[in-house]
Design a protein around this ligand. Structure first.
Ligand code: SF4
Length: 356
C-alpha cells in the first residue's frame, strides 16, 4: 500500500523528478497530513475486509475510500510503503507520525511490513538503526547511479562512494535493501548502467550474498515541468531510445538473476496522468516483458551454443509460455535462428528448462 509523500523531505528538486506526476498525487509537496488521513481511511477499510474474511462475511459494501486504492480486496495484511520523497529527511514530527501509523495498524494485524524510500546521502548508521527499531523493515535507496561522472552530470549532489556506503549502512542496520537505478539518466551510458548493476550486486566475492535484496530499474524519462525537460528542449540531453534501453536492461536483469536478486520493477508505474507528462524517453506499456523476454532469449542462446548439435526438444516451464516468444511474438524469428520453433517446444509443469 503506497503512501505517497511527493517531494517530502527532499533537499533539492532532482533534474528528472516529477513525483507529483509519477505518484499521481497532485496535492502539492509536503502534504503529509493529507496522505496519512487517506492511508488511515484505507486501513480502516482493510481492517473491515480482514474482519469479514475472518468471520466469513461477504465483501464490504462500501468502496475503498482512497483514489489510489486499486486493489482486489485481498484479505491479507498489507505492506505500507512511504514513497515519493526523502523519508529519512522528513521533519521528526512527520516521520514519527508515519511510523506511528504503521506501528498502530501493525498491532491490529492490518499491516505486516513497512518500507520507505530515500536518498543515499540522507542516511546515517545511527538514523537507520533508529528506523529499524521503530519498525521499518526495508529501505529503498534512490541511488540512480554509482558513477561519479553521471552523478555529477545529473546534479545528484553525492559521489558514488556515498551511495556504496549507504547500501552498506542499510544492510548493516538489519534492514532489507532495495536499490533503484536510472539507466539513461544524464551521464549514464549503457556501459555505465551495466557497471551500476554490478555495483548494486556487491559484494561479488565468491559465496558472498549481495547486500541488495532487490533492484528497480527506472529508465530516465523526460517529464513535463522538470529541469530535464529544459535540457531536452535545449538539445543538451537526449533520453535513450527504446531499443537502446532494452539491451542493457536485459544484461542487467541477467546479472541480477545470476546473483539471485530480483528486479521488481522496470519502468515507472503507469499512474494517472503519467502518459500526458512524458515528453520523451523509452516508454512502453510492456517494457518489463520486453526486457525479461530478451534476457530469457539470451539465456537460452547461451545454452544452445553449448550443445554438440542443433536443439531438437527444448522444454520450457509452462508459466513462461507468455514470455518465451516475446511481446507480440517479436522473438519468434530470433528463436528460429537458434533452431528453435514453436512445434519443438514442450511445456513443462515444473520450473526446469531442458535442452536436448
Ligand atoms: S530526492 Fe528523490 S523524490 Fe526527491 S526530488 Fe530527488 S529524485 Fe525526487
Amino acid at each position: 500500500m503506497p503512501v505517497f509523500l511527493p517531494f517530502a523531505g527532499c533537499p533539492t528538486r532532482c533534474v528528472f523528478c516529477a513525483q507529483d506526476v509519477q505518484t499521481g498525487q497532485r496535492g502539492g509537496a509536503n502534504n503529509i497530513a493529507h496522505a496519512l488521513r487517506q492511508a488511515e481511511a484505507r486501513l480502516e477499510h482493510e481492517a473491515r475486509l480482514l474482519q469479514e474474511a475472518t468471520t466469513g462475511g461477504g465483501s464490504a459494501p462500501d468502496s475503498p475510500p482512497t483514489p489510489n486504492a486499486a486493489h482486489d480486496a485481498s484479505p491479507s495484511p498489507l505492506e505500507i510503503a512511504f514513497y515519493g520523497g526523502t523519508f529519512t529527511l522528513l521533519p521528526e514530527a512527520e516521520r514519527d507520525a508515519c511510523l506511528e501509523l504503521a506501528h498502530r495498524w501493525r498491532q491490529r494485524g492490518v499491516v505486516c511490513r513497512v518500507r520507505c524510500s530515500t536518498r543515499p546521502d540522507a542516511v546515517t548508521a545511527r538514523g537507520l538503526t533508529a528506523l529499524r527499531t521503530a519498525g521499518m523493515d526495508c529501505v529503498e535507496l534512490g541511488v540512480q547511479s554509482f558513477d561519479d561522472g553521471a552523478l555529477d552530470a545529473a546534479s545528484r549532489g553525492y559521489a558514488g562512494s556515498v551511495a556504496r556506503d549507504a547500501c552498506a549502512m542499510v544492510a548493516g542496520a538489519g534492514l532489507e535493501l532495495g536499490v533503484q537505478l536510472m539507466p539513461g539518466m544524464p551521464g549514464v551510458t549503457p556501459e555505465v548502467f551495466r557497471a551500476d548493476v554490478h555495483a548494486a550486486l556487491r559484494p561479488d566475492a565468491d559465496g558472498a550474498a549481495p547486500l541488495a535484496a532487490f533492484l528497480r530499474f527506472y529508465p530516465c524519462l523526460v517529464l513535463r515541468g522538470t529541469p530535464l525537460a529544459e535540457r531536452w528542449r535545449a538539445g543538451s540531453y537526449a533520453p535513450w531510445p527504446l531499443d537502446t534501453t532494452v539491451d542493457p536492461l536485459a544484461d542487467g536483469l541477467l546479472a541480477a538473476w545470476a546473483r539471485g536478486v530480483a528486479v521488481v520493477r522496470m519502468g515507472l508505474s503507469p499512474e494517472d496522468g503519467l502518459d500526458d507528462a512524458v515528453l520523451a524517453g523509452p516508454v512502453h506499456p510492456a517494457l518489463g516483458q520486453l526486457v525479461k523476454a530478451e534476457a530469457l532469449r539470451r539465456h537460452v542462446a547461451m545454452y544452445v551454443a553449448r550443445l554438440p548439435g542443433p536443439p531438437v526438444r527444448p522444454g520450457v516451464p509452462r508459466r513462461l509460455r507468455g514470455l518465451l516468444w516475446g511481446h507480440a511474438n517479436g522473438l519468434v524469428d530470433a528463436y528460429a535462428a537458434m533452431g528453435i520453433t514453436r512445434a519443438m517446444v514442450h511445456w513443462r509443469d515444473d520450473d526446469s528448462f531442458t535442452l536436448e
